[in-house]
Design a protein around this ligand. Structure first.
Ligand code: S3P
Length: 172
């Protein structure tokens, strides 16, 4: 990767609960860059919460909005970007991310993801009878796609500092 990092946005991809927002914010601080969270930007643009967008307009419309917001963000100066867990799944959005950013899959095992999302679940995809089962299925289905990211970093249990350091080292 080397010099390329100085010119490129770093986009974190991966499942809900992987720590993309927390790790992304700290990574941005460490790199002295702006941080964006695509879910927050979508909420601002729509003046609605993610849950309300799903409930009122459906997932497909959410994905279109997500693509538009990412198109806008990826034209900004190099920054750190936390993407929503589904962004990288959409082929068009994935191509855009791969073209404009260094993509990093923030990977974590099911138990770690579950512990984090079950504390605070505002995620529409997990409003199900068996949310842990849904998360497990998403992990299985999405792993082969997330694996296409430029880099894979495992988000371990415990403080995010170690994960941030692992990314900084991998980008060096
Ligand atoms: C989604 C993940 C969420 C949010 C939406 C859909 C997904 O983002 O974009 O609920 O498909 O995995 P986080 O990964 O930030 O929770």
């Amino acid at each position: 990767i080397g010099q390329a990092i100085s010119k490129r946005t770093v986009a974190l991809v991966g499942l809900m609960g992987a720590g993309k927002s927390t790790v992304g914010r700290r990574l941005a601080d460490a790199l002295g860059r702006q941080f964006y969270d695509s879910d927050n930007e979508i909420e601002k643009a729509a003046s609605l919460s993610i849950s309300d967008i799903f409930a009122l307009h459906g997932e497909e419309e959410f994905r279109r909005g997500e693509h538009r917001v990412l198109e806008r963000l990826l034209n900004e100066a190099p920054h750190v970007l936390a993407t929503g867990g589904g962004a990288y799944l959409n082929p068009e959005t994935r191509d855009l991310l791969r073209e404009k950013a260094i993509t990093i899959w923030l990977n974590a095992d099911l138990e770690t993801l579950w512990r984090r999302v079950s504390r605070r679940s505002h995620r529409p995809l997990l409003k199900a009878d068996n949310p842990k089962g849904v998360l497990s299925r998403l992990l299985d289905e999405r792993t082969p796609i997330y694996e296409k990211a430029d880099l894979v970093v495992t988000s371990e249990e415990g403080p995010h500092r170690a994960t941030v350091n692992a990314i900084l080292k991998a980008l060096d």
